[in-house]
Ligand binder design. Sequence first.
Ligand code: DCP
Ligand code: MG
Ligand code: MN
Length: 332
Amino acid sequence: KRKNPATSGNLNHDICDFLSELANYEKNVNRNIHKYNAYRKAASAIASHSTRLTSGEEARKLDGVGQKISDKINEFLSTGKLQKLEKIHSDDTSTAVTLLTRVSGIGPAKAKELVNDGIRSIEDLESHKEKLNHHQLIGLKYFNDFEVKIPRSEIEEIEAVLVKKISDLDSDYIVTICGSYRRGKSESGDIDALITHPSFTSDVKAKTKSHLLKDVTKCLEECGLICDTLSHGDVKFMGACRLSEKHPVRRLDIRLTPQDQYWCSILYFTGSDMFNKEMRTHALQKGYTLNEYSLRPLGSTGVPGEPVFLASEKDIFEYIDYPYKGPDERSV
Ligand code: DCP
Ligand code: MG
Ligand code: MN
């Protein structure tokens, strides 16, 4: 039986760490999403392995670990380091690109562009703010705060404020904190709030209901929880919040979902992203297409039909014949 990494220690965390670092390098520096996914898949399989790996060959037996990664594990186990990583660390351009992508709103392409312009540090960014858009400026302003993980207890407090303020506004709203918090993690990178309201269904244009999200963000701004906005659309808010002056500023994402798409949204927004990927692949094998909005059967020509009616998250698993996993079993 697989151990749940959300609740138990990972005996191979050093191996997972170097695989994650290689994954980020592939994403941010080489912009190779395939390799990024391959390293992450291997890291996640190894993270849920219940014993300490003693060789690459042993790791090779796990789903997602191929020969190249197996060789790297052998090198790491015998020398305590990795030539490939040593080389990456000694490369100034890679180091600078990796650093700049840690700023919220700066992606791999923008980071490369900045490095090409001679910008290599956070201090350099501070003196070239004209190169940054609104989101990136807020990312820079809270660079240190956003890097700090959010303890579960603090999200519980933020959840209480969100639920109280939003239900005072209109008791018909339903608020659910998703993301790693819903998966039971003891700390999270940000707060992912999903809201729905009975007056918003998929047959009405999001534009005509965008006040539902605006009213919420306005109210949370007025009570001092939201302190900055990165972006604000009809159904998606990205911003920053803080419980008090004494707390770090935290990243807050809020999504407004039509009521009839609630179960697919909650499944999507709970993740993990790799779990979603796996589940969508499984759905396709069973003749369904699954996304954050709906589950639809694929006809013989591959054209999606009407969304199936769902009354729970469990229904989605049942339709595609996928063994049910509770949120705390979805961190892989
Ligand atoms: N998501 C996804 N694919 C992506 C990004 C996100 O499926 N490329 C979904 C699954 C995630 C959820 O959205 O769990 C929230 O995204 P986050 O980036 O906030 O990730 P987590 O909440 O899982 O982790 P963290 O603690 O880092 O916030
Ligand atoms: Mg999150
Ligand atoms: Mn998020």
